[in-house]
Design a protein around this ligand. Structure first.
Ligand SMILES: [Zn+2]
Length: 415
């Protein structure tokens, strides 16, 4: 083929790219490829590969310090002790108990926050002992969120070992209370919203990432009836009858997939004994959507069904909202620099990242403050929030490289 045909093909390809993926996306891919080729970044990556065993041991050591929400101090102290050995410019606690480590840039780049949460969902006093078998590590909390704490620590050490400098500051943020209402991340993002350009919450996930927070409302609906013995005059029926009818109708409601939304009825209860009609029959509803209007609409439709079924059974209905957190959607975030860089980093490391709008973690706190944010994780794990929680070990090392690369690509490499 002649050069001119090559040239035409090249221009056509470029045109196709700019219509298809968008030119910026290919620019981001090139930028990330250049960073991966940088000799210092390669050295940092080698550091991670040469330290698999010590990374695993440290991951286990942190996991074994149980840290129920609002009782993170012992774990925080341990992490602080490690941070004190690194090349960081400041290490401090804020009023919410978050542990904040600053790795300063050369001064002309964006400020990137990388966070993981220190707290776990397990009861105070639980003795945790990790076991390793078949390439996995088993322990409550090992994944959520200790794998990401370890990924941040190992990433800092790798950057230090290879003397990598960034233009922007990277703030490594170890938060409190994510599992019980995110008060740590809420306090940090409220206080620092004008100083932070990009926020990465490491929590769950591995191959993909999310760019918006899903709204979640939990309800407990009660049908209240007269009750009575099995042999008492029927009707009135047990309050389980309107409950059953209502549940069937609720599941017939259309739950949109776009915006991403979910509905689940997971718990129910009635009488305490077999031989009594339920005077109080209840069930829970877990409603989720990235659009608060969808939640509001479904809530209204469910309330109508409950009223109709209560009325036809001659009963009343009572609804308790167990908890509620709004959807966190930042307009334009899907097209933001953060999301484009994150996509390029994931692809460069061989992931075909599912990019979804449905996270529920500290990234929501940042998004609600108007900070561009994503959430992802550094390794694949299972059984989160259960005593059987476990993670694959080998993928974490690539996950650490991902965390490091995300920070460097967003803050910019300084030479
Ligand atoms: Zn978590």
């Amino acid at each position: 083929m002649s050069r001119s045909i090559y040239g035409t093909a090249f221009i056509l390809l470029l045109t196709a790219c700019s219509f298809g993926l968008g030119q910026t996306t290919s620019n981001h891919a090139e930028r990330v490829a250049a960073i991966l080729n940088d000799s210092q970044i390669k050295a940092a990556s080698d550091y991670i590969d040469k330290n698999h065993e010590s990374i695993l041991q440290e991951w286990i050591a942190i996991t074994e310090i149980n840290a129920p929400s609002k009782q993170e101090q012992a774990r925080a102290k341990y992490i602080e002790g490690l941070l004190r050995k690194y090349k960081l410019q400041s290490i401090r606690y804020d009023s919410a108990g978050n542990l904040i480590a600053l790795r300063k840039g050369t001064g002309d780049g964006p400020t990137v926050v990388i966070d993981s949460h220190m707290d776990t969902v397990f009861q105070p006093g639980l003795k945790i002992k990790a076991t390793v078998r078949d390439g996995r590590v088993y322990a409550p909390g090992v994944g959520d969120d200790t794998r990401n704490i370890e990924a941040m620590l190992a990433a800092i050490r790798a950057l230090d070992a290879a003397k990598v400098k960034t233009k922007g500051d990277i703030i490594f943020l170890f938060t409190t209370d994510e599992e019980a209402g995110m008060s740590g991340a809420k306090a940090f993002t409220k206080e620092n919203k004008d100083k932070v350009d990009y926020y990465i919450a490491l929590d769950g996930g591995y191959e993909g990432f999310t760019y918006a927070g899903i709204g979640i409302t939990w309800y407990r609906h009660h049908f209240i009836g007269p009750g009575g013995h099995t042999r008492s005059r029927t009707p009135p029926y047990s309050a389980t009858l309107p409950l059953a009818r209502a549940i069937e109708r609720i599941y017939e409601l259309k739950v949109p997939t776009n915006p991403s939304s979910n509905l689940n009825i997971g718990m129910l209860g009635g009488s305490e004994v077999v031989n009594a009609k339920a005077a109080d029959a209840w069930f829970t509803v877990d409603l989720r959507s990235t659009d608060n209007a969808v939640i509001a609409d479904l809530e209204k439709k469910i309330a109508l069904i409950l009223e109709e079924e209560a009325k036809s059974a001659g009963m009343t209905v009572k609804t308790d909202v167990i908890s509620s957190s709004p959807a966190a959607v930042l307009p334009g975030n899907r097209e933001s620099e953060l999301v484009k860089v994150a996509e390029a980093v994931h692809r460069a490391l061989g992931f075909d990242p599912p990019i979804t709008s449905a996270g529920s973690n500290n990234a929501s706190a940042a998004l609600l403050q108007g900070i561009s944010a994503i959430s992802t994780g550094a390794g694949p794990c299972s059984d989160s929030h259960a005593l059987t929680e476990n993670c694959e070990i080998e993928p974490l090392y690539l996950g650490i490289k991902k965390v490091m690369l995300l920070g460097v690509a967003l803050a910019g490499v300084a030479k």
